[in-house]
Design a protein around this ligand. Structure first.
Ligand code: ZN
Length: 635
C-alpha cells in the first residue's frame, strides 16, 4: 500500500520509477487521477501522461487504466445511468510532429475510401478545462466512464445557464466559470477554477460563491457547438497552425487546456472510428509551457495550523502548463528576506513535476516587508532558522481554526467543515473539535447557520463517526508534528492506539524509522493532544485497528504473505474483501502479473483473463473456496 508520504515522494519524483513495483506504479496512477478529478492535481498532466502512464503501459499493457477514458471520481452516490451517446476522452498531441502523424493517418484513411484529400475540412475549438457533461435536453449527465455517467440535472435546476443564452439539449459540453470572473470574485477563495467548478456539481447544497456565480451567469454550461471555431482544409491548417492555436486559445473567457481539432466529414469519421478510449478523427493539441517570468503583485503573510508564517505571493495571472496561476507560496520568510521577494519583484515560476506552482528564484528584487506581528493574533513572532513562527499556539485564531479544519480534512469522510465553516464556529466560541461534536441543531442555528445547513452539518458529523476509519488516519487528524499518516501507521504497527500515550522517547526510537528528534516531538505532541483525544473517543468513532507486527506472524492460512488479486463480481463489496485480506496478512494487488500468487474469482470473469492467469502459473480459486480457507480467521 502507498502511504501518503510515498505518494508525495513519487509525485515529486524523489523516488525513481524503477524502484516502484508494478502495483505501486498502478496504485499511484489511480491516486494521481483521483486527485486530478478532485481539482487538486499532484502531478502535471504531462508527467501523468508521459512519465507515469507511459511506464505503466510499458510494464502492464493491459492495465484497465490504459484502456478506458479516465475514470471520474465524482463523489456522487447516485447510480450510474447509460449516456445517450458515448463520451470518450480525446487523444493528445504535444508537438507539431504528433499532429503530422495524425494528418498522415487521415491521409491514409481518406485514400481507403477514395475521398480526395483537398475536400477534407478540419474544425478547431478551444479545449475547455472544466467539467465534462452531456445535455440531452431533459437531463444532464457526467461523462463517468464514457458509457455510464451520473445524472446531475440538479445543476440546471439550480439555475445554471447555457452559454450564449442558447437552448438546452445541445449534447456534449463543459461546466465552466468565466476566467475574468474567477480572477475578480473567486481567486481569493479557491486555488484553481477546477476546485470551484466541482462545488457547482456536488450533491450538497450550493455555497454562496456558487449560487452567486450561477446567478451572475459566470458559471455556465458551454456546449461545444457554441464555441468559436476555426475551419479550413488541411493545407491552410498546416500553414497557419500556430496562429490558429493561439487565436482559439485566446478567443474565450474560460480556462483553456489546449485546442481540439476534428474532422467534419461524416463518412471519413465513421471509417476512422474509435478505440475504447478515444475517437481517431479527433485530437487535442496541448502546449508545454512550464516556466514563466511573472510579476509579483503583493506578498501577504498567512498563519498555518502549526504557527508557521508563510508568505503567499499574489501574481499577475499567468498561464502555465494549462492552468492559470494566480498565486504561489514563497515557502518561508527567509527567502523573502534573502532574495528580495516583494510587491513589484519578478520571479521565475515553474510548474513541472509538481503541479503546485513553485517560485524558483527572484529575478528582480524589490522592497520587502517582513511582518512584525502575527497577522492573526497580533502577537510577537520568532525566527526559527528560515521560518518565522507565531508561538502563541493556544490562542492564535488562525492556528486553532487551521487545526480544527485539518482534523476534518484528514478524516476525509465528511463534507462541509472547510475553513469558512470552521471560522464561523470559531467566531461562536468553538475552540476544539470535541466541542463541535457536541453541537445540536439549535446551537448551530443560533450561530447563524441555516436550517438545512445545520442539518447537513449534523449529518456529516454523524457519518464521520459511523463510517469505519483507519486508526492511523484518526490519529493523524490531530495534526501532531511529525505524526503524518505514514508515521502514524508505522507507530500503530508497533503499538495499539490505546497504548501509544504511554510510550517513552526510547520506546519510539526502538521502532524502525524513528530518529531521536522525531521521537521526542511525537512524545511531546501526544501529551498535548491526550485530553482532546480522550474527549473525542467518547463519541465512539469506528476505528479500524492496524494489525500489529507481532500479530501478523500468527496466521498460518495458505494466503499469508502471498499476493492475491480479486476479479469479477463478488458476493460483497470488493473493498471489504480487500480490507479483510490485508488484516489477515495477505498482500492485495489490483492487477495480475507474474508476481501474483492467487487469483480469486467471482462471477462473470472473462475466459481470456483466466487463461492469462493460467499461463502465468497463478492459482485460481473461486471466492467461496477462498472464504472457506480463511473462515477461521475472519473477524
Ligand atoms: Zn498568531
Amino acid at each position: 500500500m502507498l502511504t501518503d508520504q510515498k505518494i508525495q515522494n513519487i509525485a515529486n519524483q524523489g523516488l525513481l520509477l524503477a524502484d516502484l513495483s508494478d502495483d505501486e506504479l498502478a496504485a499511484f496512477c489511480i491516486v494521481a487521477n483521483q486527485f486530478y478529478r478532485d481539482g487538486e492535481p499532484i502531478v502535471s498532466d504531462q508527467d501523468y501522461d508521459f512519465v507515469f502512464l507511459a511506464e505503466l503501459s510499458k510494464r502492464t499493457p493491459d492495465h484497465p487504466l490504459l484502456n478506458r477514458p479516465e475514470p471520474e471520481n465524482e463523489g456522487f452516490s447516485e447510480e450510474k445511468v447509460k449516456l445517450p451517446q458515448r463520451m470518450l476522452s480525446t487523444d493528445k498531441a504535444y508537438t507539431w510532429g504528433e499532429i503530422q502523424k495524425w494528418l498522415d493517418r487521415i491521409n491514409k484513411a481518406s485514400q481507403e475510401i477514395n475521398l480526395p484529400l483537398e475536400t477534407i475540412q478540419i474544425k478547431g475549438t478551444a479545449k475547455l478545462d472544466g467539467f465534462a457533461g452531456y445535455d440531452d435536453g431533459s437531463k444532464l449527465y457526467t461523462r463517468g466512464d464514457g458509457n455510464k455517467g451520473s445524472d446531475i440535472s440538479r445543476v440546471f435546476e439550480r439555475g445554471l445557464n447555457v452559454y450564449n443564452d442558447s437552448e438546452r439539449g445541445q449534447g456534449p459540453g463543459e461546466i465552466v466559470v468565466k476566467k475574468s470572473y474567477f480572477e475578480s470574485h473567486l481567486s481569493q477563495h479557491f486555488e484553481y477554477p477546477r476546485n470551484f467548478q466541482a462545488s457547482l456539481i456536488k450533491e450538497k447544497t450550493l455555497d454562496q460563491f456558487a449560487s452567486q456565480a450561477i446567478s451572475d451567469k459566470a458559471a455556465l454550461f458551454v456546449p461545444f457547438s457554441q464555441l468559436p471555431s476555426w475551419s479550413g482544409d488541411i493545407g491552410s491548417f498546416g500553414e497557419k497552425f500556430q496562429s490558429i492555436v493561439s487565436k482559439l486559445e485566446g478567443g474565450v473567457d474560460f480556462d483553456v487546456d489546449g485546442v481540439v481539432f476534428e474532422l467534419t466529414n461524416e463518412q471519413l469519421k465513421t471509417h476512422m472510428g474509435s478505440n475504447r478510449k478515444f475517437h481517431r478523427w479527433q485530437i487535442a493539441f496541448k502546449e508545454n509551457k512550464d516556466k514563466a517570468q511573472v510579476r509579483v503583485l503583493s506578498v501577504t503573510a498567512q498563519v498555518g495550523r502549526t504557527g508557521k508564517i508563510t508568505p503567499v505571493v499574489e501574481l499577475e495571472p499567468t498561464q502555465l502548463s494549462g492552468a492559470t496561476i494566480y498565486r504561489a507560496t514563497g515557502h518561508h520568510y527567509g527567502l523573502v528576506k534573502e532574495q528580495g521577494l516583494g510587491s513589484g519583484s519578478i520571479v521565475e515560476l515553474t510548474r513541472s513535476g509538481l503541479v503546485i506552482p513553485k517560485i524558483n528564484k527572484v529575478l528582480k528584487s524589490a522592497e520587502v516587508s517582513i511582518p512584525e506581528s502575527c497577522p492573526s493574533c497580533q502577537g510577537g513572532l520568532t525566527w526559527d532558522s528560515d521560518f518565522l513562527m507565531c508561538l502563541n499556539h493556544e490562542n492564535c485564531p488562525d492556528q486553532i481554526i487551521g487545526m480544527m479544519a485539518y482534523f476534518f480534512k484528514v478524516l476525509a469522510n465528511n463534507d462541509g467543515f472547510g475553513i469558512a465553516t470552521v471560522q464561523k464556529l470559531y467566531d461562536n466560541d468553538i475552540r476544539k473539535v470535541s466541542e463541535i461534536y457536541q453541537l445540536s441543531h439549535g446551537n448551530l442555528t443560533a450561530m447563524g447557520f441555516g436550517d438545512k445547513t445545520s442539518q447537513n452539518l449534523l449529518n456529516q458529523l454523524k457519518r464521520s463517526k459511523e463510517e469505519s476509519i483507519e486508526d492511523w488516519r484518526f490519529l493523524a487528524a490531530f495534526g501532531v508534528l511529525r505524526l503524518g499518516m505514514g508515521n502514524c501507521e508505522n507507530l500503530l504497527k508497533h503499538k495499539p492506539i490505546v497504548e501509544i500515550f504511554d510510550l517513552s522517547v526510547d520506546d519510539i526510537i526502538d521502532m524502525d524509522g524513528f530518529a531521536e528528534l522525531t521521537a521526542k516531538l511525537i512524545v511531546d505532541g501526544l501529551e498535548e493532544i491526550k485530553e482532546e483525544y480522550q474527549a473525542l473517543r467518547i463519541f465512539r468513532f469506528q476505528l479500524e485497528m492496524t494489525q500489529s507486527k507481532s500479530n501478523m506472524e500468527d496466521f498460518d492460512h495458505p494466503f499469508f504473505n502471498k499476493k492475491i488479486v480479486f476479479t469479477g463480481k463478488m458476493s460483497r463489496p470488493r473493498a471489504d474483501l480487500q480490507k479483510q485480506a490485508k488484516s489477515l496478512g495477505i498482500k492485495v494487488a489490483t492487477s495480475v502479473n507474474s508476481s501474483t500468487d492467487f487469483l480469486i474469482v467471482g462471477e462473470k470473469v472473462g475466459v481470456n483473463k483466466l487463461n492469462a492467469a493460467k499461463e502465468k502459473d497463478i492459482v485460481i480459486l473461486k471466492e467461496v473456496e477462498y472464504l472457506f480457507q480463511i473462515e477461521n480467521y475472519s473477524l
